[in-house]
Design a protein around this ligand. Sequence first.
Ligand code: ATR
Length: 264
Amino acid sequence: MKKFLVIGNPIDHSLSPKLQNWWLKENNIDATYGKIKLEDHEIKNFIQEIKEQKIAGCNVTVPFKKTVIPFLDKLSPEAEQTQSVNTITFDSGDIVGHNTDIAGFDTAIKKLNFNIKGKKVLILGAGGVVSSIIFALKNMHVQEITISNRTREKAENLRALFNDIKILEWGNLTDCHIVINATSLGLNNERINLNFSNLGHDKLFYDLIYNPPETDFLKIGKQLGYNTENGKTMFVYQALEAFKLWHKIEPKVNTDTFNLLDND
Ligand code: ATR
């Protein structure tokens, strides 16, 4: 039986096994999908197990999306440009790194029916997934992308990949149509201590976090009368793209899929 895994640290919170195993069963595929917490020094051996096909493929989450890259044989163009890998496949003897976060975010935004073209976007945070968000936003032809991160250096590193992004000191806000929370603030119910009250009307507050479904950031957005959306749709569609890469089948997404993730 083929074995798939998601690797990360921490990994307990991951809902990937629940979703992937649901789809495996629904499509009568003889495989399992589990999760494993790894340390940095264990990554190399883990990838070797994919090379030896003891493991058929994997998803990669925080903090290893960049760490895995030196151990792979090939990268998809998206993984190369974002320097971020969230899905690993084994193709004709090669271990290949892919980035399905981009397609996940792109689909999530399209499903919102929010015309993002020409809009100004402020991203809070500069962690591993942010290069994928920037890549997707640029493909959507947004007007301007500003990054604000507590550690400025990490925002500067992103500017090395995408030289037209702007950087704003943490604590400040700028005129924009969309604010994306890409920090981990809210994962454990932390407050986001930024003053959003002078942003004006008609904004979209988008949180990459989906568990809990409503972070402090989204609560503030709602109180201000803004459109709000959490990261659940992105999560489902990044998983769908990974499933397609491994099994060459497009799994179904419907209300059951979302309910499955709610009942956790
Ligand atoms: P990684 O940085 O390892 O990829 P992540 O969970 O993807 O991990 O990113 C966490 C993000 O939340 C980072 O942007 C982090 O800011 P730093 O780069 O300064 O660490 C941000 N973050 C976490 N705790 C924060 C806090 N208390 N205040 C502001 N930003 C915070």
